[in-house]
Design a protein around this ligand. Structure first.
Ligand code: 3PY
Ligand code: MG
Length: 244
């Protein structure tokens, strides 16, 4: 697969992505038949078991890049995601440049990094996979704590980190839910990314918020997530139900 995600990020366009937590490959397949610039499959808080992840990645068309938000910054979590055939990872709770650099190294084969070779899909043609993977794999690191914000410049500048993504929910928790402080932190991380020449994304809850943040210079925003899409749609349908 061509390194579509890297190309889109380097072209500087704005990506409206779909976020999946419910662990259903069928839901992923149906949603991307309706649009989306890329998907995130959430292994940190989502319900995807390893086989669900393999199935969900397998049902994506080549035009829809797939990132996996991994469980933590371990090499094992990186392997599970990339061995499934994902184009990249989102590493949660990154707080220092060294942590970002270590996670990025785990995403690349030697000599660039320390990734272990394997995975059912990559092994179908490992030579071809290996020669393209280091160029194709996209590493996104999440800043979602006050410590991460304080170290945003070194995190954004870390080697082989392709973009930064702000976990706005956890960041609000870390800041104590002060709205003004959250806005200030978002701007600080975005500006640190501009200084490092890296794109910056932010987690958003819906298309309205995503559009607003895209207008503020954030390159990747979440236009829909499966959890709230299902709840909103079921609630709206039930509210319009009339017996008459
Ligand atoms: C956050 O907002 O904290 C995330 O990790 C995205 O779900
Ligand atoms: Mg989070």
């Amino acid at each position: 697969k061509a390194p579509l995600l890297k190309r889109r990020l380097s072209e500087g366009g704005k990506m409206g992505i779909f976020w999946f937590a419910l662990g259903s490959p069928a839901l992923v397949e149906l949603a991307v038949s309706r649009g989306g610039d890329a998907v995130v499959l959430d292994m940190q808080h989502g319900l995807f078991a390893r086989r669900d992840l393999e199935a969900a990645v397998g049902c994506l068309p080549p035009s829809i890049p797939c990132l996996v938000r991994i469980e933590d910054d371990s090499a094992a979590a990186v392997s599970r995601a990339l061995d499934a055939g994902a184009e990249g990872v989102l590493v949660p709770m990154v707080e220092t440049g060294a942590q970002a650099a270590a996670a990025a190294a785990a995403c690349h084969f030697p000599p660039k990094g320390s990734r272990s070779g394997g995975g059912v899909r990559p092994l179908a043609d490992f030579g071809a996979y290996r020669s393209a993977a280091d160029e194709a794999i996209t590493v996104g690191v999440m800043i979602e704590t006050t410590r991460g914000v304080a170290n945003a410049r070194e995190i954004a500048a870390a080697p082989n980190v392709d973009f930064v993504f702000i976990g706005s929910g956890d960041l609000a928790l870390s800041l104590g839910s002060d709205g003004a402080a959250l806005e200030k932190a978002l701007r600080a991380v975005r500006d640190a990314c501009v200084a490092a020449g890296k794109p910056c994304g932010v987690f958003t809850m819906n298309a309205g918020e995503a559009s607003k943040r895209a207008g503020e210079g954030f390159s990747i925003t979440v236009v829909a997530n499966d959890l709230s899409a299902v709840m909103t749609s079921f609630e709206a349908s039930y509210r319009t139900f009339k017996v008459g």
